[in-house]
Design a protein around this ligand. Sequence first.
Ligand SMILES: [Zn+2]
Length: 111
Amino acid sequence: MKKWQKKRQSDRKAQEAYWKEHRYCEVCLAEGRGKVAAWEIHEILYKSQGGKCEPDNEIAVCRPDHQRAHFLVEPYLYREELYKMKGGNDERKFRDVEGIRKSIVENKHKL
Ligand SMILES: [Zn+2]
C-alpha cells in the first residue's frame, strides 16, 4: 500500500471513530435545531492547510452545515465558530478555542 493510501485509510478510521461518538450534527445542536443526523465529519482546519483528523479538529455535521463550513452556501460557518460549537449544547464538552489554537501552533500547523 502506498503512503497516501495508508494516510487516507487512517484518516477514514479516525473520522469513523469520531462519528461513533458524535452522531448528531454539532452545528444544528449549537444553533438550536435539535438532533439532526450527522453523516459527515468536517476538519475545521482543512487537511489541505495542515489540519489533522483528530478529535480537537473534527466536528460532526449534516450535509447543509458541511456546505456552510466550506463557504458554499450562506450563512457561512467560520473556523472560530465551529470550534465554539464543538460539543453541541452540552456545556461540559465545550472546548477551549485558545487551547486548541495553541496545540495547533505547537504542532507546527499554520492557522
Ligand atoms: Zn446541521
